[in-house]
Structure formats: structure tokens, C-alpha cells
Design a protein around this ligand. Sequence first.
Ligand code: C5P
Length: 220
Amino acid sequence: LAHQPLKGRHLLITAGPTHEPIDPVRYIANRSSGRQGFAIAAAAAAAGAKVTLVSGPVQLPTPAGVNRIDVESAEEMAQAVKKALPADCAIMVAAVADWRPREYQSEKIKKRGSAPPALMLTENPDILAMVAASSKRPDLLIGFAAETQDVVENARKKRKSKGVDWIVANDVSGEVMGGTKNQVHIVRERRVEDWEEMDKDEVAGRLIAEVAEHLEAVHG
Ligand code: C5P
């Protein structure tokens, strides 16, 4: 590509769900196809960036020119993200499970009697908040927020509480999950952009264009 506005920059992107194992055959997870994160990784690589894509379990091919690291659980994702820093920009698109089973059963849990087993959960690390608090915090840190109601208001709160620069808020009350289209709002400190519904590839292209513009303005 002739136009490479992200040449010389390192972008770190997380995508997909995480799987939190219960026993060798069972897990809990969030619903996520990984499509939006993979599209962003592809757009960043096409713009000339060095791209590290930390991906949970998904059924997607690796975009051209992208360094992909596959992980399963939130804890593995957190480790991989730490290892991949520093980066000029991090975009955390992964649908990380908020909780994991408190104990992993190394043998398959058997059905016995009538009472189903109780699943005790414990909190997962918040990878985005961890990166925000890190001494290696990227210049531009972007989180995603999937919401079903009060989308922009919740995203505003999340932007502040997580200490990130931009939140890409998407309304997932419709058929966004697993689909090819997305409708997002870019929530910054002083302004919110409402984008019309468009292809996930187009969301990726526009977001990466804005990232390039921002990094250019910050660093020249
Ligand atoms: O709080 P919530 O899960 O809605 O925040 C979503 C944002 O935080 C996303 O960018 C997601 O990738 C990130 N996140 C994370 N680690 C978690 C939970 C969320 O990085 N454990």
C-alpha cells in the first residue's frame, strides 16, 4: 500500500471471547465471533502498523501481516497482553469473561444424584484497566463497550472508570453479535461521534484512520 499512515507504530489488539474452563470438557464464555477485532487488526496492518493480535478461541483466519497470539482464558490473555507491551496504541475488543470458576476440576464432573453441582466463581483480571494503570500505558488506549441500554451514557462512565482515552460503544440489543454489521458511538473526553450502521470492516477502517490521525497529532 502506498499510503501507510501507521508505519513504524505498534498496535496491540485483543479480540474474541475468553474460555474459562470448568473441567476438561466444559467452560463458560462470553458470546463473541472475534470479527470486529480481526477487522481492526487487518485495517491496522494494511495501514502499515506492526500488529500484535491477542485472540481468544475464534474461527477466523489470521489477517495478512498480523502477528497473532492465541489464548484461551482471561488470565492467559492478560499475560500475553503484558508481554506484548509497549505499544503506541492498544485497542481492546475482546469480550473477556468477567468471572471464572474458582476451581478447575481436572477430571470431568460426573452427573450424580439429582442435585447439579454448584459453580463457584471468582473475578477475572480486568485487562483493559490493567493496561491503563501500567507504566507502559500506550499513548492511545481504546476500549469497547457492548451495551443493550443507555449505550452512550454507560460508555461515558466506563471511559472514566477504566481510565481509557476512547470507548467504542456498540448497541448489541439487535443482531450485532456474530453478524457482519455494527453500529457504534466513539466516546471521547469532550465529544461523542455517532456513526451510522455499517460493515464491521468499515468500522475498522474508519477507526484506524482516526487512530492514525490522533497519533500523528500527538507525535508528528
Ligand atoms: O466492563 P466491560 O467488560 O464492559 O468493559 C469492556 C472493555 O473492557 C472492553 O474493551 C474489554 O475488552 C475490556 N475488558 C478487559 N478485561 C476484562 C473485562 C473487560 O480487557 N476482564
